[in-house]
Design a protein around this ligand. Structure first.
Ligand code: XMP
Length: 512
């Protein structure tokens, strides 16, 4: 076990992710939960002290349990973690300096085990700095191994005790060789093997769920997407029939999707499933609604209502949610300043309070690609696990203007052709999201000898790592022509196809 002591940095979870990637098991614990008893019960082989927003000189600033430095294991302090280490081991760190953020060039002064394969003496490495405090006196035993222009104490080390402090963040992507630095720390310096895997994660997650839930009942809202499906299957492995799934089928899913979910859960996994077929109710409530936010709110409200109705008989104590780590970070305001609502994302937010349920969120520590790996580990079909993300409000936000059953049918048919062609061309997995938008526009066309006056659609395909920013996927003109030809030829009601070439920003991925 590598213990990560969390001092509240926005990127602490990235440390865990980097370690998982190299097969090292780690746990993140808030600094105030780590004490002598906890360390004795779960002795770590290495400790990482994370960054954090505080200044060591602040009153009541967080501290590391002093026992950490007496375990005889390697300790790596990152940013605030470095300051804490310096401060608690007899050096001095001061606040009140200009905070420095951003790219910097680190120059190594001497050979360092931490930088093996990254940089040698006199060589430089690109790093991402972020610090407010700075070291003014080193603790006994420490010396400087590397510095940058703005940070003379960028790398501190006491190699005899295997204590290291970094003033930059090795865990972020802006430190290109940061993963190698972390790997050197846990494997080379701490001698950890790195033989941990997603299979082990699954077992640990199951054990944690059992511990949290005991013999209580759990309900889980299924959306048809990967996250809620993985959550449900993991819970089912952990607690079997104590779990009931409620699939709120709002009639806004893609072609064949609802059936696929029902078959998968009922037949393949044998999970008790309530299939709430409420398409009429949702589409009815959306009649005449054209404002995007009103659509989202209407669907969100109804979703809760329907879920609540179907969950009443179940008498659950827990609600399972497929919250991922990016949702956790996004919900925290980074700057503390006012944040603007671009779109009100729809999930089952509001449910737990209303139904007085406790939450089980077994995917809270994972990123999307890790959820997919876990899904494969749980035996979900690769094609299901690899599905593109799909928004909670479904096709409703892909039909600007009014939603009618007819327009939904047209959109489904066009979208199915588009996705079929993408799969056939072997491009599906290269694309983050691809979908069709039915436009509230009619245009004149000519088919055979006749005039047409029909609807237009837009094709969208983007690449992205996290959905926060996105680039347009560069299809060949031949591919786009083929799709356009098929849609106009096969889908009654569409006579024009366009390709959306807007990146995010300034566009968003969805149209509403
Ligand atoms: P935008 O359109 O904001 O979308 O660029 C970013 C990502 O989020 C998805 N999305 C949603 N997901 N509920 C969801 O679960 C929602 O209400 C919602 N709105 C957008 C979108 O598909 C893209 O992957």
């Amino acid at each position: 076990l590598c213990l990560i002591v969390d001092f509240g940095s926005q990127v602490t979870q990235l440390i865990a992710r980097r370690l998982r990637e190299i097969g090292v098991y780690c746990e993140i614990h808030p600094f105030d939960r780590v004490d002598a008893a906890m360390l004795a019960a779960h002795p770590p082989k290495a400790v990482i002290l994370s960054g954090g927003p505080a200044s060591v000189e602040d009153e009541g600033a967080p501290r590391a349990a002093p026992e950490i430095f007496e375990l005889g294991v390697p300790v790596l302090g990152i940013c605030y973690g470095q300051m804490v280490m310096v401060h608690q081991l007899g050096g001095r760190a001061e606040g009140g300096h200009i905070r420095e953020f951003g790219r910097a060039e680190l120059r190594l002064a001497e050979p360092s085990e931490l930088f093996e394969g990254v940089a040698g003496p006199g060589e430089t490495a690109e790093v991402w700095m972020s610090h407010g405090d700075r070291v003014s006196a080193m603790p006994p035993g420490f010396h400087v191994q590397g510095a940058s222009e703005g940070a003379p104490y960028a790398v501190l080390a006491d190699p005899a005790r295997r204590f290291y402090g970094l003033m930059f963040h090795p865990e972020v992507a802006h430190t290109p060789k940061g993963a190698a630095i972390l790997e050197n720390f846990v494997r080379r310096i701490a001698g950890m093997k790195g033989d941990w895997s997603m299979a082990a994660y699954r077992d640990e997650a199951i054990a944690r769920i059992r511990e949290q839930v005991g013999d209580a009942r759990v309900i889980c809202g299924l959306s048809g997407g990967v996250d809620s499906s993985v959550t449900a299957i993991l819970l089912h492995e952990a607690i079997g029939d104590q779990l009931t799934c409620v699939f709120v089928d709002h009639g806004l899913l893609r072609q064949g999707e609802a059936e696929e979910v029902v078959t998968l859960f009922r037949d393949t996994y044998n999970i008790p499933l309530v299939h709430a077929e409420e398409a009429d109710r949702f589409v009815g409530a959306l009649a005449g609604v054209t404002d995007p936010e009103t659509k989202r709110k209407t669907i969100g409200r109804l979703f809760i209502e329907v879920f609540d109705e179907h969950a009443k008989g179940i008498e659950a104590d827990f609600l399972a949610q497929g919250t991922l780590y990016p949702d956790v970070i996004e919900s925290v305001s980074v700057s503390g300043g006012p944040s603007v609502t671009i779109k009100s994302h729809h999930n089952v937010g509001g449910l737990p309070e209303r139904m007085k349920l406790k939450l089980v969120e077994p995917l809270r520590e994972l990123f999307k690609d890790e959820v997919r790996a876990l899904g494969r580990e749980l035996g979900l079909p690769p094609a299901f696990v690899g599905r593109h993300p799909f928004p909670g409000p479904g096709l409703a936000i892909r039909i600007p203007g009014e939603i009618t059953p007819e327009r939904l049918e047209i959109l489904r048919a066009a979208d199915a052709i588009y996705l079929e062609e993408i799969r056939r061309a072997g491009l599906y997995d290269e694309i983050w999201q691809a979908f069709t938008v039915l436009l509230p526009v009619r245009s004149v066309g000519v088919m055979g000898d006749g005039r047409t006056y029909d609807q237009a659609c837009a094709l969208r395909a983007v690449t992205s790592v996290d959905g926060m920013t996105a680039d347009v996927y560069p299809f060949t003109p031949a591919f786009l022509s083929r799709v356009a030809g098929r849609i106009v030829g096969e889908v009654r009601g569409i006579n024009r196809v366009t390709y959306d070439i807007t990146s995010k920003p300034p566009g968003t991925i969805e149209w509403e």
